[in-house]
Design a protein around this ligand. Structure first.
Ligand code: NOJ
Length: 450
């Protein structure tokens, strides 16, 4: 079994602004929908908020030193839109911009390549209040303006931008009635959600164009959590079925971006609720990207089913299917092989990155008081073995970002799930690397699964 990665394979960690920064009221930052939502009683477990989070806004130098020590070559993080434009548009907040300049320069000085996500769900509250957030084309337009501004501000030193992180979580889960209910906590019907999805895709496309115009030499992509389809048995019929399922089950996001159209199966399924769109909009949505960033945590197991009209069936997971502390993470290490393979086979993508992979684990101390997260090491090792399988077959998987550098604010679950390879004591804000940090650090330095 091949355990080695190609030379130049990128190793990184990942975080997002609202989950780690804190400093919610510092230096002129405007509120985002997540500030409002987390302060609404009953929305977040134990009433947690991101007001302080890991306080990275005030401790970024310490975090950069930590990353340097781990020897990871890249760090993926998002910008808080409302820290830069407190109302999402209009006058820039210079202090917010200066913070990101310090952070980026600090990473560079430490030899860490900054990978910047423009939007990781913390929409400026003002855009929600004034226009209904992603229900409106105004928000799309302001997002493109913000992307262009950021690219011209940092294009001299940032080489990789991601427009948007995970579409489903700030569209379906955020605006849909009866869905997971993320900020802003909407109540739209299916037609309404489909228009929000469409606006989000348009924002991505316009964002790509704005970044390119402002920073022509930068690479532009996205970080999408497309549903990962894995053949239940590795035979040709099941593999073909899984590839078809992957394309169709992601028809409303990644497939639309890669192909510039909504598949007939999606439009037929949605019927009168299908989004309204024009050919020009689809062309913008499919503006070419330089890389596809793929977040991945779990699989949908697929079998070929000649008796169904789609030709495939999504299999249920039994009660004893292994999972991590967060039950939704059903362990399927095959995802880091199949997702890159299908992205490459379906759309000829030549630069694929795993922009998130990781898991939550409860703290387990050994006799010496060390956080001994052998469960996370098990999770990472197996996912990395599958990733090495992909690279050894010539699939152009170019890098891996572990979610997450730090324990952080896990959205509606507050601080109850710990995804970090570095422990954060949320009382004292002391950081302590876990055993998995040592593991990833060694893997990165040897460029090999250990
Ligand atoms: C994906 C999201 O991008 C990130 O914000 C979240 O914390 C992780 N998944 C874990 O749920």
């Amino acid at each position: 079994m091949n355990r080695c990665f190609p030379e130049g394979f990128l190793w990184g960690s990942a975080t997002a602004s609202y989950q780690v920064e804190g400093g919610a009221l510092q230096d002129g930052r405007g509120p985002s929908v997540w500030d409002t939502f987390s302060h609404t009683p009953g929305k977040i477990k134990l009433g947690h908020t991101g007001d302080v989070a890991c306080d990275q806004y005030n401790r970024h130098a310490e975090d950069i030193a930590l990353m340097k020590k781990l020897g990871l070559g890249a760090h993926r993080f998002s910008l808080s839109w409302s820290r830069i434009f407190p109302t999402g548009r209009g006058a820039v907040n210079q202090k917010g911009l200066d913070y990101y300049r310090r952070f980026i320069d600090g990473l560079r000085e430490a030899g860490i390549d900054p990978w910047v996500t423009l939007f990781h769900w913390d929409l400026p509250q003002s855009l929600q209040d004034d226009f209904g957030g992603w229900q409106s084309r105004e928000t799309v337009k302001y997002f493109a303006d913000y992307c262009g501004f950021v690219a011209s501000a940092f294009g001299d030193t940032v080489s990789n931008f991601m427009t948007i992180n995970e579409f489903m979580c700030f569209t379906d889960w955020a605006y849909g009635a009866g869905e997971e209910n993320y900020a802003p906590g909407g109540n739209l019907d299916r037609k309404g959600v489909n228009m929000v999805r469409h606006n989000a895709l348009l924002a991505h496309g316009m964002g790509v164009q704005a970044i390119r115009a402002a920073a022509p030499s930068a690479s532009v992509g996205l970080a999408e959590n497309a549903l990962v389809c894995v053949p239940v048995i590795e035979t040709k019929p099941h593999i073909d079925a899984a590839r078809k399922a992957y394309r169709e089950m992601n028809a409303h996001f990644l497939t639309a971006i890669m192909e510039g159209k909504y598949l007939d199966c999606y439009l037929e399924e949605q019927g009168a609720d299908a989004p309204e769109f024009t050919a020009e909009e689809m062309a913008v949505i499919s503006s070419p990207v330089d890389f596809v960033g793929h977040n991945m945590y779990l699989a949908h197991h697929i079998e070929a089913d000649p008796s169904s009209s789609s030709g495939y069936r999504v299999l249920p997971h039994s009660a004893s299917y292994p999972h991590m502390h967060a039950h939704w993470i059903k362990v399927s290490p095959e995802i880091t092989y199949w997702a890159p393979r299908f992205v490459h086979e379906l759309w000829n993508v030549e630069n694929i990155y795993i922009t998130e992979n990781g898991c939550a684990c409860p703290d387990q101390l050994d006799d010496s008081g060390r956080i001994c997260d052998t469960d996370r090491i098990f999770y990472l090792r197996n996912h990395l073995l599958s990733a090495a399988r992909a690279t050894s077959e010539g699939i152009p998987l170019k890098g891996y970002f572990c979610w997450s550098l730090l324990d952080n604010f896990e959205w509606a679950d507050g601080y109850t799930y710990r995804f970090g390879i570095v422990h954060v004591d949320f009382e004292t804000l002391v950081r302590t690397p876990k055993m998995s940090a040592e593991y990833l650090s060694l893997v990165a330095s040897e460029n090999k699964v250990l």
